[in-house]
Design a protein around this ligand. Structure first.
Ligand code: AMP
Length: 275
């Protein structure tokens, strides 16, 4: 596996037309590795980037506390058969300050957009830069970050990036907790409580499928969270999978998603279920 820190080295090495690209912020877990494995299956060359992108952190403390485990990450990528890992410094990606900003319209106003102002602009800028650097034929993203998938989809369509997006299922711990780099920041007590997020999503899905209205389902799940003092629920919504707008009635002809964000033990966790 080749490890490069500069754009020049990376571009000089990548000559294949069949590149599968997995952008990450490191602190890799089995969720990231599932994307690497899929990219490896689909393409001649699998390229991963590890870059903790400062411009997508709306909370400075979150950026400082973001786990950094480069040595272990490299060992995991090597084992998964990744061909190239690009690990740039901030100055390599941002040699000059960015003055352009991207507004994703409604996606900026709802769910993550509403709670993390500026976040998707940062994601859009860095992913655009990485797409230009790596020039992948296919790029892989996790459905765990459902709204990020919608944002990247818009980016690729609106700016005519010549690549195919592949969205992959969420990988979970045995107790249902969605794998996340932030999970290592949960203390033992919070870690024990954390699967409640996924069990609430499954309960919400069962309620919807058994005919409970979205409004009533939201009331029940919100009340469940209110009874658990260790959680601070930011949002729980029943949304249309395509638009991510809240729905008033479930339609089994359309894909629906239940989306959640909650704080637990000082860590912000998100998860979703799609059906
Ligand atoms: P991150 O390093 O958190 O920016 O994530 C890099 C990529 O891995 C993103 O496309 C995420 O959606 C994806 N990812 C993160 N967690 C998971 C998971 N549990 N299952 C599948 N993909 C994931």
């Amino acid at each position: 596996m080749k490890i490069f820190n500069t754009v020049l080295e990376t571009q000089n090495y990548i000559k294949s037309n069949s590149v599968g690209f997995v952008p990450t912020m490191g602190a890799l877990h089995a969720g990231h590795i599932s994307l690497i494995k899929q990219a490896k299956i689909d393409n001649e060359l699998c390229v991963c980037s590890i870059f903790v992108n400062p411009t997508q952190f709306n909370n400075p403390e979150d950026l400082i506390k973001y786990p950094r485990t480069l040595e272990a990450d490299i060992a995991k990528l090597e084992e998964a058969g990744c061909d190239v890992v690009f690990v740039p410094d901030v100055s390599e990606i941002y040699p000059t300050p960015v003055s352009l900003s991207i507004n994703f319209g409604r996606l900026e106003e709802i769910l993550e957009g509403a709670f993390r102002p500026g976040h998707f602009n940062g994601v859009g800028i860095v992913v655009s830069k990485l797409f230009h650097i790596v020039k992948p034929e296919k790029a892989y993203f996790g459905l765990k970050d459902l709204q990020q998938c919608a944002v990247i989809n818009r980016l690729v369509k609106d700016l005519s990036f010549d690549l195919e997006l592949v969205f992959c299922d969420t990988i979970r711990e045995d107790d249902g907790l969605a794998m996340s780099s932030r999970n290592v920041r949960l203390d033992a007590e919070a870690r024990k409580a954390a699967p409640f997020i996924n069990s609430s999503l499954r309960k919400g899905k069962d309620l919807i499928l058994s005919g409970t209205s979205p409004k009533e389902t939201k009331r029940i799940i919100t009340e469940d969270f209110a009874a658990r003092a260790e959680f601070d629920l930011e949002y729980f919504e029943i949304v249309d999978f395509e638009t991510l707008e809240s729905i008033e009635m479930y339609d089994n002809e359309r894909k629906t998603a239940l989306v959640i964000a909650a704080h637990l033990g000082g860590v912000r966790l998100i998860d979703n279920v799609v059906f």
